[in-house]
Ligand binder design. Sequence first.
Ligand code: ZN
Ligand code: ZN
Length: 143
Amino acid sequence: MAEQKARTGGCICGGVRYRISGPIKQIVACHCRECRRMTGHFLPSTDVWNEHFELTETRDLGWYRSSPKSRRGFCKTCGCSIFFRTDNAEKISIAAGSLDDGCDGEIRIAAHIFTAEKGAYYDLDGAPAYEDGGDSVPMPPRD
Ligand SMILES: [Zn+2]
Ligand SMILES: [Zn+2]
C-alpha cells in the first residue's frame, strides 16, 4: 500500500473516536429523507475499507438500526451522527464533518445522491447529481 497518513475523527465530546489507516473515498452527499433528518441537513460522507478503519473510543457509541439492512452510528452523549454501515459490507461510511482535519482539501464532494428527496430550501453545487442511490464515485485502492 502507498504511504498513507493516518486520519482521525470523532464526535464533539470525545465519546466516539476512530482512526483511518488507508485511503478514503471522495465525498458523496446523500440527500435522502433519512439522512436529512439524522443530520439536520444532508449527509456528506466518505467510505473506507473495513481493514483501514478502527474504533479507538466507543464509550458513547450507539447504533440505530435504520433499515433491515443498515445501521447508523452516533454518539449517545453529544448526539453527533458519524457512521453508516450496511450489514456485512466491506466498507463503512463516515460523516465528512467528523474528520479532525476537515478533509484538508484532498477530498471534495464528488456526487450528490437521492436528490429526488432533497430539501427545497437549498441548491446543489456543480457535482454530478443522481435522483437515486446510484453514484459513480469509485472506492479508493484497497492495498
Ligand atoms: Zn460525543
Ligand atoms: Zn441518505
